[in-house]
Design a protein. Structure first.
Length: 217
């Protein structure tokens, strides 16, 4: 999608024709998307009962500790991605499966909130006749990440609807699903990019455009 002054959404960097300013704005947007997604999961898990004051993967707001190699690669491949998994202990939740799903979906919900803030700033920038490129990237990348989390494959948030049924005594199964799901997502979007076969994006991209239109008026 390109319109109303927005960069293409989902934004996928074209390495053969990549402007320096667009590249910097995209990287900044990716880092913000990863940070807000991961920390929102950690915050919600803490709020729901799984408090871990000394956990190394929680509430430190250092994005580089949250970066996942396959998740980061997927941002450049498909315009969305994911952070390293935030460790949850469902046994500390009053309703283990329900609260686990809520904690996982806190990530993409936070991405939507950040996109909303960016869209508000874009409105002000346009009123002042200033270039809002970085905020367009933030809005686009965060919206894309939020909507693509509806794919029911781990490590996407909707994948938690599957993993919550795996017994806690089998953590290796969850790790297997995480890595195999990551590989499957990358394979799907490699096919979309290389072969031009649209397997997922035609179903989710219209939703991104509608939310963007709503946020920007």
């Amino acid at each position: 999608m390109a319109g109303k002054g927005f960069a293409s959404i989902p934004y996928i960097p074209d390495l053969h024709n990549l402007a320096f300013d667009a590249a910097v704005c995209f990287i900044a947007a990716v880092l913000l998307a990863v940070l807000i997604n991961a920390e929102a999961q950690a915050w919600m898990a803490t709020l729901l009962g799984d408090a871990r004051p000394n956990a190394k993967d929680r509430l430190h707001f250092n994005v580089f500790f949250h970066l996942s190699l396959p998740g980061t690669f997927c941002f450049f491949l498909a315009g969305f991605g994911w952070p390293k998994p935030i460790d949850l202990d469902p046994s500390k939740f009053a309703y283990p499966r329900l609260f686990t799903v809520i904690a996982r979906f806190a990530g993409p919900i936070a991405n939507i909130f950040l996109a909303n803030i960016a869209a508000s700033i874009i409105f002000v920038f346009k009123f002042l006749d200033m270039d809002p490129l970085v905020f367009m990237m933030v809005a686009g990348v965060n919206l894309t990440t939020a909507v693509y989390n509806l794919i029911p494959i781990p490590p996407m948030a909707a994948g938690s609807l599957i993993t919550v049924w795996i017994p806690q005594k089998s953590p290796w199964v969850k790790r297997l699903l995480y890595y195999s799901g990551s590989a499957l997502l990358i394979a799907i979007f490699l096919i979309e990019r290389a072969a031009g076969m649209k397997l997922v994006s035609p179903y989710l991209n219209p939703l991104i455009w509608k939310i963007l239109g709503f946020l920007t008026g």
